[in-house]
Design a protein around this ligand. Structure first.
Ligand SMILES: Cc1cc2nc3c(=O)[nH]c(=O)nc-3n(C[C@H](O)[C@H](O)[C@H](O)COP(=O)(O)OP(=O)(O)OC[C@H]3O[C@@H](n4cnc5c(N)ncnc54)[C@H](O)[C@@H]3O)c2cc1C
Length: 678
C-alpha cells in the first residue's frame, strides 16, 4: 500500500500505516480515519484531490496464521526500512509542505525527539524533508472509548497545542505554478448541465457533426484493438485542423478535463482509451496528404491518414512508405508515431522513428502549436521528434507529419520455409542472419495460426507444419536470386522440410495475406484473443516459445504465435472466450507471466504495441524507480498538467514505486520477516 499515485500535489500528507479497508480499496485513507480526514479537508475548503496522501509504513502485518491484515503499531525497524520509499515519493511529488498525521509519521521525518502534543502545528524541518507540520492522527479520535471523550479531544485540539505555541495556518490558496511544478487540480464531476453547455461550446468550435456525447455513440470509442480494456469518454470530437485541436485542448485545460488523441483505434494496449474520462480527440478527419516532394523524398501528411493510403498515393511514382504494421489497411500515421510502430519490413528498414523528420504538435498545457524537427535528417537542437515518437500520446497531439518516402526496391523475392519443429525454424532464423544476410522481413507462423489462416484464406501454408517462416529479400535486381538461394540453403540446413520461393507477384501477395491477416483469422478458432507483444534475444526463441506454451496451458487456455522472428518480437495470441466466467482474468495473468519471461531472458515488454494501459504495471520488470521517475520528469516537461492521456505508461495501481504483484521485489523488511506485502 503506497500513496495515491505519482501526481504532483502541493501538500503531501503522511499517515502511519494502512488498515483493512485501505487494503480492499487499494488506496490509503479510505476507512473511518479517511472519512474524518475528508471532512476536515472539506471544512478547510481543500479538495481531497489536491492533496497527495500516503503512508509512512508501507506494509500490513498479518494476523498470526490469519488472512486479515492487522493495524498494529510499527516498530522503528519497520519505519526505517520504509523510509527510502517515502523519500522517493517525496522526490516525485515535490510538495511545498508535508503534513504528518500522527506521531509515527512525524517522528519518521523529524526524529524520535518530536512530540506531537508539544510541537503540533509548527513548521519544522527534519533530515528527510523541510517545511513539515504535524498534527494528530484522525484515527486517534476514533480510538476514544466514548463519544464524550472524543468530543473533549476535539475541543482540546481546537484550543491549540500544549505549551502555548500558535498553530501556523497552512494556506493552500491560491493554486499556482511554482518553479515549473504544476499542482494537481481537483477534477470536477461533469454534471448534466455542464456537459450540455460544454457540448454546445465544442459544437460551436468544430461545427455540425464535430461532437459525440450520446452514450450509445460513445460506446464505439470505449476500447481499441484490446477489447479487454474499456473506458467511456464524456465527448468524442472530430477536428479538421490543428486550430480545432488547439481550441479543444484549451477548453479541456480550462475545464480540467483529460483528453486523448485517437487514430483508427487499432492499438493493442489500450493507449487511446480515455482512462479517466474526458475528451477523445479523433484524428480521422485530419487525413489529407498535404504535400509530396519526390525530389527530396518527403511527404507532409495529416496524422489521420491511413498508413497504406500513403503508399498507395506515392506508389504510381515508384515510391512507398516503409513502416508497414500488419494493421496498415486501417491504422493511422498519428497512431504509428505515438506507438513508434514497426512491421514485418522494419527488420531492414527500421521502425517509425527512422522515417519521421518533423512534426507539428499541439502542446497539452495551453494548446500552443509548435514544430519539432523539420524537413531534413539533420535538424538542429535536441531531437524532440525522436522523443515524441513513441510517447504514446502523452506528449501532445501531432497535427502534421513530415515523413520520408523511399523508392520501391527494383526486385523482391519471398521465400516460404516449412518446418516440423519450432526449434528448427528458430535455428533457421539465426542461420540466415549469421550468413550476413539482411532480409527485409523474417516472420514466423505456428501451427495453430497456420490452420486458422488456411481455414480463412487458403494461402498455401501446409496445415500439418509445426512452423513456417516467411522470408523476404529486396534490393537491386542484380544479386537478388543469389540472396534467395542462400536463404533457401540456410533453411534446408536448419531442417526445413520444404522451401519454395513465390513464383510471381500473385503468389507473393497470397503468402503475405496469410501473415498480415493472421490476427483476423483467429476469429475462426476462438471468440476472442489477446495479443501479447514482447521482445527477446533471437537465440532464446525455442526456450521462450516453450515457456509461453506451458504458461498458457497451465491456465487452461490456447495460444497461437505469429511474429516478427527476425527482430525477436513475439506476438503470442492467447485465445479465450469472454463469456466464460474467470477466463479474462486467466488471460491477464498468463499475459503477465509471459511478459515476465521476456524480461527475464533479457528482452522487453513491448516491441511495437506500446505500454498504454495494459502494461503500465509491468514497467518495473524493466525499469527501476529512478528510471521511471526520470521518464516522468520528461513527460512533465511536455505535459505538465497530466491532462493529456493520463493513466498510461507509468504504473498506476498504487504508485510509481509500488508495482503490481508480478513486479514484486521483496524489500529488506520483508526479507527479515517483519512484514508482508500482497
Ligand atoms: C490486426 C492488427 C495488427 C497489428 N500489427 C501491428 C504491427 O505489425 N506492428 C505494430 O507496430 N503494430 C501493430 N498493431 C497495433 C496498432 O495497429 C499500431 O499500434 C498502430 O500504430 C495504432 O494506430 P492507430 O491509428 O490505430 O492508433 P490508436 O490505436 O487510435 O492510438 C494509438 C496511440 O496513438 C495515440 N495517437 C493517435 N493519434 C495521435 C496523434 N495524432 N498525436 C498523438 N498521439 C496520437 C493515441 O493516443 C494512442 O496512445 C496491430 C494491430 C492490429 C489490430
Amino acid at each position: 500500500m503506497f500513496g495515491e499515485g505519482p501526481a504532483r500535489a502541493r501538500v503531501l500528507m503522511i499517515g502511519e500505516q494502512p488498515g483493512h479497508e485501505e487494503d480492499l480499496a487499494g488506496r490509503p485513507f479510505v476507512g473511518p480515519a479517511g472519512r474524518i480526514l475528508d471532512r476536515a479537508l472539506a471544512a478547510a475548503g481543500i479538495a481531497r484531490g489536491d492533496v497527495y496522501v500516503t503512508n509512512v509504513v508501507k506494509h500490513f502485518k498479518w494476523e498470526p496464521r490469519g488472512k486479515r491484515r492487522i493495524h498494529a503499531k510499527p516498530s522503528q525497524t519497520e519505519i526505517a526500512a520504509c523510509l527510502p520509499w517515502l523519500r522517493a515519493e517525496l522526490d516525485l511529488v515535490k510538495p511545498e509542505a508535508v503534513v504528518c498525521l500522527g506521531a509515527t509519521a512525524a517522528q519518521a521525518l523529524l526524529g524520535s525527539a518530536f512530540r506531537v502534543t508539544r510541537q503540533r502545528g509548527r513548521w519544522l524541518s527534519g533530515p528527510s524533508a523541510s517545511r513539515v507540520l504535524a498534527t494528530v492522527h484522525p484515527s486517534s479520535l476514533l480510538r476514544a472509548p466514548r463519544r464524550g471523550i472524543a468530543e473533549a479531544r476535539v475541543r482540546r485540539l481546537r484550543r491549540g497545542p500544549r505549551g502555548g505555541g500558535r498553530s501556523a495556518p497552512l494556506s493552500l490558496a491560491p493554486w499556482r505554478r511554482l518553479d515549473g511544478v504544476y499542482f494537481e487540480q481537483p477534477m470536477p464531476a461533469l454534471t448534466a448541465e455542464r456537459k450540455s453547455s460544454l457540448r454546445r461550446e465544442l459544437l460551436d468550435l468544430l461545427g455540425p457533426g464535430g461532437v459525440l456525447s450520446d452514450p450509445d455513440e460513445l460506446l464505439v470509442y470505449e476500447s481499441d484493438g484490446l477489447t479487454l480494456l474499456r473506458a467511456l469518454a464524456d465527448f468524442v470530437v472530430f477536428p479538421r485542423t490543428a486550430e480545432h485541436v488547439a481550441s479543444v485542448v484549451r477548453v479541456a485545460n480550462r475545464e480540467r478535463l483529460p483528453f486523448v488523441a485517437r487514430g483508427a483505434g487499432t492499438g493493442l494496449s489500450g493507449g487511446c482509451l480515455p482512462a479517466e474520462g474526458g475528451i477523445v480527440i479523433s484524428m480521422m478527419r485530419m487525413n489529407r496528404m498535404l504535400e509530396v516532394d519526390y525530389d527530396n523524398q518527403i511527404a507532409v501528411v495529416e496524422p489521420g491518414l491511413v498508413n497504406l493510403h500513403l503508399s498507395w498515393a506515392v506508389g504510381p511514382r515508384g515510391f512507398y512508405y516503409a513502416p508497414d504494421p500488419s494493421s496498415q489497411q486501417a491504422c493511422t500515421i498519428g497512431g504509428n508515431i505515438a506507438n513508434n510502430s514497426g512491421g514485418p519490413h522494419t527488420l531492414k528498414y527500421g521502425v517509425t522513428v527512422n522515417h519521421v523528420l518533423g512534426l507539428e504538435v499541439v502542446m497539452p498545457e495551453d494548446g500552443r502549436i509548435v514544430w519539432l524537427g523539420g524537413r531534413t535528417r539533420d535538424a538542429l537542437g535536441y531531437d524532440l521528434t525522436g522523443l515524441f515518437v513513441g510517447s504514446e500520446g502523452t506528449f501532445g497531439i501531432a497535427t502534421k507529419v513530415v515523413v520520408r518516402i523511399l523508392r520501391k526496391p527494383q526486385a523482391v523475392k519471398t521465400v516460404l520455409a516449412v518446418f516440423d519443429t519450432i526449434e528448427e525454424a528458430s535455428a533457421a532464423v539465426s542461420a540466415i542472419i549469421a550468413r550476413g544476410l539482411v532480409p527485409a522481413a523474417v516472420e514466423m507462423i505456428d501451427q495453430l495460426t497456420i490452420q486458422a489462416v488456411e481455414d480463412a484464406f487458403g494461402c498455401g501454408y501446409p496445415r500439418d507444419a509445426a512452423a513456417a517462416l516467411l522470408i523476404e529479400v529486396d534490393g537491386l535486381r542484380a544479386g537478388i536470386d543469389g540472396q534467395a538461394a542462400r536463404i533457401e540453403a540456410a533453411c534446408r540446413e536448419s531442417g526445413a522440410r520444404e522451401v519454395r520461393t513465390a513464383a510471381d507477384e500473385a503468389e507473393r501477395q497470397l503468402l503475405w495475406k496469410g501473415r498480415k491477416s493472421a490476427f483476423g483469422a483467429y476469429g475462426r478458432v476462438s471468440p476472442a484473443y489477446m495479443v501479447m507483444d514482447g521482445v527477446i534475444p533471437r537465440t532464446k526463441l525455442p526456450y521462450v516459445l516453450g515457456r509461453v506454451n506451458d504458461i498458457v496451458a497451465a491456465h487452461g487456455l490456447r495460444v497461437g504465435n505469429v511474429f516478427h522472428a527476425g527482430d525477436g518480437n513475439l506476438h503470442p495470441n492467447i485465445l479465450y472466450d469472454p463469456r466464460k466466467a474467470g477466463e479474462e482474468a486467466r488471460v491477464v495473468q498468463a499475459g503477465a507471466e509471459i511478459m515476465k519471461v521476456c524480461a527475464d531472458v533479457g528482452g522487453s515488454i513491448s516491441g511495437e504495441h506500446g505500454i498504454g494501459l495494459e502494461k503500465a504495471d509491468f514497467m518495473p520488470f524493466i525499469f527501476t524507480a529512478a528510471d521511471l521517475a526520470f521518464m516522468l520528469r520528461v513527460k512533465t516537461a511536455f505535459n505538465p498538467t497530466d491532462l493529456c492521456n493520463p493513466g498510461k505508461i507509468f504504473p498506476t495501481k498504487k504508485s510509481c514505486i509500488e508495482v503490481g504483484p508480478m513486479a514484486y521485489r521483496p524489500h529488506a523488511i520483508e526479507e527479515q520477516g517483519l512484514a508482508q506485502r500482497f
